[in-house]
Design a protein around this ligand. Sequence first.
Ligand SMILES: Cc1cc2nc3c(=O)[nH]c(=O)nc-3n(C[C@H](O)[C@H](O)[C@H](O)COP(=O)(O)OP(=O)(O)OC[C@H]3O[C@@H](n4cnc5c(N)ncnc54)[C@H](O)[C@@H]3O)c2cc1C
Length: 367
Amino acid sequence: MRVEVLVVGGGPAGAMAARRLAENQKEVLIVERELMRLKPCGGGIPSTAFQDLDIPLRVKHVSVNKIRIYSPSDRVLEIALEGGSIILVNRREFDSCLRDIALSAGAGLVVGTLTDIKKKKKSLIASIKTSQKVIEVEADYLIAADGINSKTRFLMSIKPNQYVYTLSGKLEDTTTDVCEFWFSQAHAPRGYSWVFPSMSGVSIGTGTFEPKEAREYFKRFLIRRFKDDDLLKDIKQLRGYKVPYWSENTYYKDRVFFVGDAGGHVMPFTFEGIYYSMKSGAFAAQAIIEGRPSLFKKLWRKRFYSRFRLMKAIQEYFLKSDDRFEQLFNLFQRKDVQEVSMLLWLRKDSSKSSIIRYINFFRKFLH
Ligand SMILES: Cc1cc2nc3c(=O)[nH]c(=O)nc-3n(C[C@H](O)[C@H](O)[C@H](O)COP(=O)(O)OP(=O)(O)OC[C@H]3O[C@@H](n4cnc5c(N)ncnc54)[C@H](O)[C@@H]3O)c2cc1C
């Protein structure tokens, strides 16, 4: 089989890349190993992302108009979301909807697992294991959209991404009408714990850089949030999973583009990855459409680099101790800080002025 582009992974990054390529008359094939996969994920996506990326909101969802932040000393800040909302989706349905859009645009799909890559002078040959046989696909370019445990990275001899470890699951018969973010070194050192509404009940999780302690931190969070020291047994779909911890990374190597979690494109501090994976997929597609592989890195850096650097600096300074988080909490109480946060995070404002205003709020803390 021969195609112009082989996309490995049909999650948000891969489906968006394939869609853009197909819409621009490129011959593109997605290889996805599990069509019914339910990625462990809070499923929270800013509503503006749907407009920005022209995604029809066909899937069932919950819409939230407020977030609540809990400080280590139990101060609570509720922020009404202005100019948008958070849409919470079921990832199985959302990913499948994105793939359907790509297929309607003309992309092909094969259900199988990428197992090997051979490099040729002007192309690559990928081996794909399907339920019946191993097929070989020759492609001019490959887009690695196969997530945090990327096999493509491994086959291309690129070291794995650094990561934050999460433990998360679902609790039924409980509701919340806001997205809750809970901070404390006691249950989420250098990260946060969350409770998000979901289609049935709530999704709960905690993020930590210490995988071995994750279960203990998760239990402590359940006690803090629900005042119940025996709730772990009621958590459904409890799963540990990694989220990339962003650092400057390989964008393109030997005809392979690295997008989404496979490229480490998750925003530090918020750990928002769905929007950025779709954007990185779209940027890689643009680079192929224009026949300029280096354009991928240029587009990504121009749009996101300063934001990612700033959020990483904020994470590394303010999430280091409870006292420092309380300082950040004080800043977030200011209306002007909230306003610019909403512009950047919820509305995905791309202007330089917003980022400069944001940097100025934190200047005295971050050098
Ligand atoms: C617990 C948790 C909560 C999160 N909550 C949020 C949230 O609320 N909002 C948000 O924006 N982000 C969230 N994220 C991050 C978000 O889930 C990811 O950033 C996003 O899924 C990345 O998309 P992707 O397409 O790059 O990778 P993935 O979604 O991981 O998709 C990769 C695809 O590749 C396929 N695949 C893998 N290997 C192969 C192979 N060898 N051959 C063929 N196919 C393969 C997989 O089956 C999968 O479909 C969360 C992450 C976690 C772990």
